[in-house]
Design a protein around this ligand. Sequence first.
Ligand SMILES: Nc1nc2c(c(=O)[nH]1)N[C@H]1C(S)=C(S)[C@@H](COP(=O)(O)O)O[C@H]1N2
Ligand SMILES: [Mo]
Length: 335
Amino acid sequence: MRAKQSGLDLPPEQATPEEVFLERRRLLKALGLAGLSLGPWAALSQFLDHPAHAQGKTLEGLPALPAAQNPAFTLERPLTNREVAATYNNFYEFASNKQVWKYVDKFKPLPWSFEVTGLVEKPATYDVAKLIAAAPLEERLYRHRCVEAWAMAVPWIGVPLNKIIAAARPKPQARYVRFLSFLRKDQAPGQDRWFSQAGDLWPYFEGLTLPEAMNDLAFLTVGIYGHALPKQHGAPVRVVLPWKYGFKGTKSLVRIELVEKRPETFWHTLVPDEYGFFSNVNPNKPHPRWSQESEHMLGTGKIYDTKIYNGYGKWVAHLYEGMSESDPRFGYGKG
Ligand SMILES: Nc1nc2c(c(=O)[nH]1)N[C@H]1C(S)=C(S)[C@@H](COP(=O)(O)O)O[C@H]1N2
Ligand SMILES: [Mo]
């Protein structure tokens, strides 16, 4: 039932080890959320609306999501403190400063669904609560790099984006993927006030080439630090692309659309000279406002040299082979 219902057909060797799945079931049971009838999903959404989560500085009150750690993704530096990561965010739907957690109390991340649509043979809609409870989740330790030159190292929990896209069976004409976030002016104060001068630009939209979206690094994320995502990190589901600047990864995702032409993107539309389509992390391409030579790790005072592709060239360099260093796709770009 679980694989069919989510539309996710995973080969057995990729499934969560049975003991981890059982452990998750045990936890859901302890939380009164076990069983796959409708009742528990309602309980899960009540749980996510728990007051401790409403202005969640910490992850207390969020459901635990035990997941097997994928050993392919390790870190050579310590994890960022979870409270530091949850109190320094970019999420312009709520605030233009970093204290996003103070402005998210009206936001209802559940119930939530996202669709996979456009040039696909099998369009699908995923109920996120069901995906969280039923999909084989994995944990990945990734570094995250914002074009503002701050960085963090966090354990994300989710499913590979390529599994979700492959399950929809892209048609041959599909060459790009467009990502769309939510529009809820009543729940997201930034959608009411910020960038109103930019007209009707909301909701946030982003894009990738199809090969980028199908790369093993691209991660559809539902959790962090062993728990469901707090609102300020993009609850209940977001895209994570560790070789690109953070703005490429759409938070609070509602649609994945396979398209033929390169899609426009939110920040590129607003400020074309500062935010390109490709925006791969590159120390040699300064952003007009922030040198990209180094990054500071949140909460540590430590500065590190920036690495090309944020150090993930082993996975993604082949996607950009044959391109000169001056090609816009190497840096924040203008393309
Ligand atoms: N919908 C949406 N997604 C978004 C953003 C946003 O403002 N709205 N900001 C982006 C930017 S600039 C960054 S650096 C990351 C920040 O993720 P974090 O706050 O979880 O660290 O989210 C990205 N995704
Ligand atoms: Mo960012």
